[in-house]
Design a binder for this molecule. Structure first.
Ligand code: TRP
Length: 332
């Protein structure tokens, strides 16, 4: 029996953080053994915001190298760059013609981004979710690991798949989201009610995967907590300390309840922070070291991306041909 297809991607719009490992890469690494897996660097999505060309180029390779450093195995998974597979954009056009204006205007992320970047509300930002739907449907993916904030976009992909199938004939799988479990959501170290982000201007708020051991430890020592002194997991009322517990869980695999139990006698945060700081530094170190090795060998990295693009294109072209034919475009 054919394995089900899983597809996901990240934007090369900054340095990846521990949040990307917790919320995504960790799961991709597990899923790649059970699924026929495709993981792409979505550079075309990144240019919906202003990007410096040299940085975009660097970050695209950084993100690809980080996939591999985190354990995505190019022998198991197809790893590629979105813009290397033009079929995504070609399918996106067909889907654009099936999407109502209203479906894009009501996207929460579009509204948020147009508020935040009011000097650059471009049409790409508006149709962003349609390109994302194309990324998924062009491989007939069954499962799409995404963060909570992408659920609405995935809903559009599902609607477009059903709409196309209904208007023409059965073509697309209706993809399911795969939302990570506990430990999937790492919050800012400085404002623990906000998600940790690669584009946060305050670099103390995020643990980057390229941070040195000392930088990681210092950021955790300085993490914002609260004026209490007990180690309790309560994301609503004690977000700072809960985030540190989540980080310790991520780094050591010890269940949250057990951590809370072990630290129930604590009367301050200093010792706990020190434990978290060391555990997180130990956890990130091998990822960083693998990343530096992989990133230094650009030829090998490019070779992975080239063969990934080749495999992806073949598959995408098959689906795109079918779609063009069903729509009534004349084949040559
Ligand atoms: N929009 C996603 C994000 O910012 C990235 C993305 C683009 C994606 N295309 C995708 C994720 C396809 C999963 C599948 O997180």
């Amino acid at each position: 029996m054919d394995k089900h297809v899983v597809l996901s991607g990240m934007q090369p719009s900054g340095e990846l953080t521990i949040g990307h490992v917790a919320g995504a890469l960790r799961n991709w690494v597990k899923l790649q053994h059970e699924y026929d897996s495709l993981f792409c660097v979505v550079d075309l999505h990144a240019i919906t915001a202003k990007q410096e060309p040299a940085k975009l180029r660097k970050w695209t390779l950084d993100v690809a190298a980080m996939y591999l450093a985190a354990g995505v195995d190019p022998q198991q998974s197809t790893v590629f760059v979105q813009s290397h597979v033009p079929e995504h954009v070609q399918l996106a056009w067909v889907l654009t013609c099936l999407t109502g204006m209203g479906e894009c205007t009501r996207m929460t992320q579009f509204k948020e981004k147009s508020d935040r970047y009011s000097d650059n509300i471009n049409v790409g930002l508006f149709t962003y979710p349609i390109l994302m739907a194309a990324d998924i449907l062009v491989y007939n993916a069954h499962v799409v690991p995404v963060g909570e904030d992408q659920k609405q976009h995935l809903e559009l992909a599902r609607n477009l798949a059903e709409r196309f199938n209904h208007r023409y004939s059965e073509t697309f799988n209706v993809p399911e989201p795969y939302i990570p479990d506990i430990g999937g959501r790492i919050m800012s170290l400085q404002e623990p009610t906000k998600k940790m982000s690669k584009s946060d201007p305050n670099t103390n708020a995020s643990i980057f995967l390229v941070d040195s051991d000392d930088v990681i430890r210092n950021k955790i020592r300085r993490a914002v907590t609260d004026s209490e002194s007990t180690i309790v997991f309560d994301e609503d009322h004690r977000p700072g300390i809960s985030n540190l517990i989540t980080l310790l869980h991520l780094a050591t695999n010890v269940p949250v309840e057990q951590i809370v139990q072990q630290w129930s006698g604590a009367t301050g945060y200093a010792e706990f922070k020190e434990t978290v700081a060391n555990a997180v530094a130990d956890y990130i170190r091998p990822i960083r070291e693998r990343f530096l090795t992989i990133r230094a060998d650009t030829d090998a990295l490019n070779a992975v991306l080239e063969s990934g693009a080749e495999v992806a294109r073949k598959r995408a072209l098959k689906v795109l041909r079918k779609v063009y034919k069903k729509v009534g475009l004349v084949a040559l």
